[in-house]
Design a protein around this ligand. Structure first.
Ligand code: S3P
Length: 244
């Protein structure tokens, strides 16, 4: 049987192949490639304008990320700084540099209290350096002096995550002294009970879900825009949502 005229004949019916090729190409190109160049440029300008407004409203303050171990403070903070074109500083790294030792070594050689004193001093110093994005260790915000300094010189963002998400993330790296004694689930549950009521004092709370970090960064930028009053439209939409 000569079925060369059938619609599924390879070579004759080429539309699906070219469709697949187009789709492949589409996925390898930036999203806005498919918009008219004018519209894409317009959207980029809008985004840049929004980020500039956030930077302006922030002034010399730091955006301070708080939350439990594994909440994504460093990963989200680094990307957030990149988008906002601000410096990124990680408090734990700065503590290690100041002490000339790793956090594990500080805990092992001098104990947690010594670490907490150093943590408070280093964060006080870092807060002088805004505007910037500052990621803090999970216990930092529990100190009342540190909290007051963050309030005065920064805008705090709590990356709030569920236990399951936190455990998945902290399981990947074994460098946290508080989890070194075993039973990470028990320790994290206790820390959630102790710390979540204090973390809730943060200026802004953003859910840190098990999605790519860039999604959380966008949520943080939205929340910042609302908090800083840079986004009248978004603020109205959010209050309508709350009212429902
Ligand atoms: C701690 C969290 C750690 C680090 C130290 C203590 C805490 O930072 O500061 O191990 O008390 O929760 P990350 O939250 O960045 O893991």
């Amino acid at each position: 049987m000569d079925d060369s005229t059938g619609p599924c004949q390879r070579g004759k019916f080429t539309a699906p192949e070219s469709f697949v090729a187009r789709r492949r190409l589409r996925h390898s190109l930036p999203f806005d490639h498919w918009m008219s160049p004018g519209l894409a440029q317009h959207n980029k300008d809008d985004l840049q304008e929004r980020l500039a407004k956030i930077r302006e409203a922030l002034g010399l303050r730091s955006i301070v990320l708080i939350g439990l171990m594994g909440a994504g403070k460093t990963a989200v903070g680094r990307r957030l700084a990149n988008r906002l074109d601000l410096p990124f500083v990680d408090a734990d790294t700065e503590i290690e540099v100041a002490a000339g030792a790793s956090i594990g070594e500080i805990f092992a050689e001098h104990g947690e209290n010594y670490f907490r004193q150093g943590e408070r001093k280093v964060i006080m110093r870092l807060l002088e350096g805004g505007p910037q994005v500052l990621a803090t260790g999970g216990g930092a915000y529990m100190n009342a002096d540190t909290r007051a300094a963050i309030k005065a010189r920064g805008l705090s963002i709590w990356l709030k995550a569920e236990l399951k998400v936190l455990l998945k993330r902290v399981g990947r790296r074994g460098n946290r002294p508080l989890l070194a004694g075993g039973d990470p689930e028990g320790v994290m549950k206790r820390l959630m009970d102790e710390r979540y009521p204090i973390y809730a004092k943060a200026d802004v709370t953003v859910e840190s879900r098990d999605v790519p970090h860039d999604v959380i960064v966008s949520a943080v930028i939205d929340a910042l825009a609302v908090k800083l009053g840079c986004d009248a439209g978004a603020a109205k939409a959010q209050s309508r949502k709350k009212a429902k």
